[in-house]
Design a protein around this ligand. Sequence first.
Ligand code: SAM
Length: 213
Amino acid sequence: MDFEEENRMMVEYQLKRRGISDEKVLNAFLKVKRHLFVPKNLERSAYDDCPLPIGEGQTISQPYIIGLMLQLLELKENDVVLEIGTGSGYQTVLLVEIARFVYTIERNEILAQRAKSKFEELGYKNIVLEVGDGTKGWTKEKVEFDGIIVSAAAPKVPDPLFSQLKVGGRMVIPIGSRTFQRLHKITKLEDGNMKVEYSDGCMFVPLIGEYGW
Ligand code: SAM
């Protein structure tokens, strides 16, 4: 199977033709190969237009939804990002191809360990992974983020995550019920208030934790 070609087609038909136009995002997708992040028996489906199971009852998200979330984040190359829900680590690596440093939190130890090994195997150094409840934000040290991306469905914006956003920082998060959500782009304004913008509907696994479900 020609994964290089499959990936190029995915970028062309699933991303560009649906309105993903941010060159930084498209270049990251061209560089990072999704088949490296799915179970071996699903490699042939790695470039399909859908989420795929990654074990532990979790999924790697649909490429288009990841593309849309990354575009909404409006990242710049010096930005520092927090990701909640590392999953397979695919999106983490896309993020680090666009921004300077990625902090990522995964609550499932098995998935976290697998993703960590993958980052090491692929030689990514600008990623730090923590196992825990990401709804509480990054608790190890005080960091403020230019961008926060939440890859699981939340009932509302978790307060600790909004607190850790810089003024002018953006958070992209699916908010709604446990079965259907809408992507929200939250921007922290100068006066500390939040600006909320709405994007596509989506279906994520639930964000389980103190400030989630
Ligand atoms: N973007 C990921 C990828 O590219 O593979 C897919 C993420 S998957 C849809 C959602 C992940 O969020 C799951 O791995 C799940 O264990 C994790 N999760 C759910 N609640 C969490 C929480 N409170 N803190 C950290 N991770 C959480």
